[in-house]
Design a protein around this ligand. Sequence first.
Ligand code: SAM
Length: 210
Amino acid sequence: MRAAFGERPDWEVELGFGKGRFLVASAAADASRPFLGVEMVSKYFRLAARRAAWRRLSNVVLLRGEALYLIATLLPAGMARTVHVYFPDPWPKSRHQRRRLLDPRTVDLVLALLDPPRGRLFFATDHLEYGEAVAETLALHPAVAVERVAAWPEGPRTNYEAKFEREGRPIVRLVARLRGGGRASLLHPAGRDDLLVGPAGGRRASPGAL
Ligand SMILES: C[S@@+](CC[C@H](N)C(=O)[O-])C[C@H]1O[C@@H](n2cnc3c(N)ncnc32)[C@H](O)[C@@H]1O
């Protein structure tokens, strides 16, 4: 990829690409840009890999694994011009909500992928309660400005979005843009409180206290 796209490629990253409809069609439509997809279900990962191979795409990298784990361990911070998160599992039961891909505890990891100051996060869900929760999480984040959009520009859609658009189902669509600024400002206030770095005089300490 470096040979084709230079030392610092402007990656388009999709987390949880499912069957890969959006990722593969987007890569096919713009060979000048590199695309990276992350999906944890093997069946979908293999299907998307076959689709990319069938189209002979040389600008797509697919990773099978849990997105937050791969961001924390493998993917370089600031690598992405755009991060796409479309119709992530909403985990509606409150006891399961900690499994959500995007929430106050995980938002810093996801935003850390974005290349400052231009990076953008695109998010969509048909689960309106989850959509409002993500909108609030992003609105409270000091590092981003968030806006709601009624529709995306013309272009490829994910499987879920294509289906829900046909059905006329309401969808929350959000675009978050980095405001720029230092690393510390990338921490969400709620997520930061969850980062336990060790006891300080018997009290809970957060990185902001260091
Ligand atoms: C509801 S589907 C939506 C698929 C696709 N984004 C779409 O809009 O058609 C959610 C997808 O995200 C994947 N996924 C959920 N959590 C994930 C995680 N933490 N890491 C990687 N993939 C994840 C699931 O396996 C599933 O394929």
